[in-house]
Design a protein around this ligand. Structure first.
Ligand SMILES: NC(=O)c1ccc[n+]([C@@H]2O[C@H](COP(=O)([O-])OP(=O)(O)OC[C@H]3O[C@@H](n4cnc5c(N)ncnc54)[C@H](O)[C@@H]3O)[C@@H](O)[C@H]2O)c1
Length: 334
């Protein structure tokens, strides 16, 4: 199949590209190499995919309709997997308009271009953040998601609703895969596991927000991309699936697990809980199991061991990545 992946130079997209290439698909990567974290990291993510003869890289902004039109006209995708977004809860509070553009406007552009170019299926990268903070766990796909706790979560919910509307009006098959804190080699450098492991490797203290009781349903990237691949066979129409491990771990337990894997004690600095963070994410995976035949397979200890092994030899740029706040060089936004 000919598959266009937006945001394919990022963490999840680069793994997905390799998986789909290995399965025999042709892959078009559409990525603007944004400044959320440094472009050299993204190019390093693509090192393996770029060697593949069935992989094409187009550095394009998916908010640019002409760029989308050109690349879809040339590549003629049968399926589009839309991962491009500005991710991250906390920076979305500082720069909401960036998120509205990258996550809402971009989604509508991708949906419209897909219909115009006869694409038969679009998969959207959803997020556990849409469940807000008051859901009874585990969260199933029917749970109300009307009270997002951050602009990021609100834009991800808006993305889903645009997908539902587009599917209804234009008959396009739209599948939302809600990811739950994905980790593994190449993890975005702003996320906790990457921060903790890099700090420990450099013998620096780690920063934990709040008392460490907040818990996340950490999901290994190989499982996440297996779920996205399974979603290429999801039923027609509009459907939503949780792709989470279904086994949440508190930040305190995560730190202990990393200490065990690395054989090192962490010096912990505590800072106040951050605005926008929710206390728990916890996927119900019954629907994905039933309809996609998917479930996570890699446990946290095993996944952390693989991540640490990768981090020990990660590209230099990965270690120089600071805050994902290069966004902040833009002028202040309302
Ligand atoms: N990583 C997680 O734990 C997680 C959890 C839930 C949802 N998600 C979602 O999964 C997707 C991928 O996340 P990731 O962690 O790989 O992030 P990432 O930042 O590593 O990848 C996103 C990619 O999108 C690109 N991009 C951004 N705006 C673009 C635009 N307008 N045009 C073209 N490319 C653009 C960026 O350059 C980047 O390479 C995102 O939609 C994110 O919201 C991720």
């Amino acid at each position: 199949m000919r598959i266009a992946i937006t945001g394919a130079a990022g963490f999840i997209g680069s793994h997905l590209s390799e998986r789909l290439l290995a399965a025999g698909h042709d892959v078009l990567c559409l990525d603007v190499l944004d400044r959320f974290y440094p472009a050299p990291i993204k190019l390093a993510n693509l090192q393996e995919a770029l060697r593949h003869p069935r992989f094409v890289l187009a550095t394009a902004d998916v908010c640019d309709p002409e760029a989308l039109d050109d690349s879809f006209a040339q590549f003629r995708p049968e399926a589009v997997i839309h991962l491009a977004a500005t991710a991250g809860v906390r920076p979305s509070i500082e720069r909401p308009m960036t998120y509205v553009r990258s996550n809402v406007e971009a989604t509508q552009r991708v949906l419209s271009a897909s219909s115009q170019h006869g694409v038969s299926r679009v998969i959207l990268a959803g997020s556990s953040s849409v469940y807000g903070k008051d859901q009874p766990p585990p969260f199933d796909e029917q749970s109300a998601s009307g009270e997002p706790q951050s602009p990021y979560a609100a834009t991800k919910r808006a993305m889903e609703l645009l997908g539902a509307a587009h599917s209804s009006v234009h008959g396009l098959t739209v599948t939302v895969c809600r990811f739950f804190t994905v980790y593994g080699p190449r993890q975005r450098p702003d996320l906790a596991i990457s921060r903790f492991v890099r700090a420990l490797l450099a013998d620096r203290p780690i920063t934990v927000f709040g008392d460490g009781s907040f818990a996340r349903d950490f999901t290994y990237v190989e499982d996440t991309v297996a779920g996205i691949e399974a979603a290429l066979r999801a039923p027609r129409g509009y459907h939503v699936y949780n792709l989470g491990a279904g086994s949440p771990t508190s930040v305190n337990d995560l730190v202990a697990a990393i200490e065990q894997v690395m054989g090192k004690r962490a010096e912990i600095r505590r800072e106040p809980q951050q605005r926008g963070d929710v206390p728990l994410t916890f996927a119900s995976v019954a629907k994905a199991k039933r309809e996609l035949g998917w479930q996570a397979r890699v446990g946290l200890q095993e996944g952390l061991a693989r991540f640490v092994q990768w981090a020990r030899t990660a590209p230099e740029a990965y270690f120089r990545a600071g805050e994902p706040w290069s966004l902040l060089v833009q002028p202040p936004q309302p």
